[in-house]
Unconditional design. Structure first.
Length: 74
């Protein structure tokens, strides 16, 4: 499972704990955490969408999800 976040690498220890807890409940599921810095997130995500390989989970902070949805609808 891929998990895309936006510029929260400073929370790495917390995510490692969450992922370990998840793995205990779901044996065999591996999590690949992809954390992208501000300007890198959208080009990366768009490339993944176009390739047909989007992340399984996307965490977009604040209103960026709304902003992105408006761009996609255009």
């Amino acid at each position: 499972m891929t998990f895309l976040t936006w510029n929260i690498i400073d929370q790495a220890e917390l995510f490692k704990t969450w992922f370990a807890d998840f793995a205990k409940l779901h044996p065999g599921v591996e999590i690949e955490w992809l954390d992208k810095k501000g300007p890198d997130l959208m080009p990366f995500y768009q490339t993944q969408l176009i390739a047909g390989t989007p992340p399984d989970v996307v965490d977009l902070q604040g209103g960026i999800g709304i902003e992105y949805a408006a761009l996609v609808r255009c």
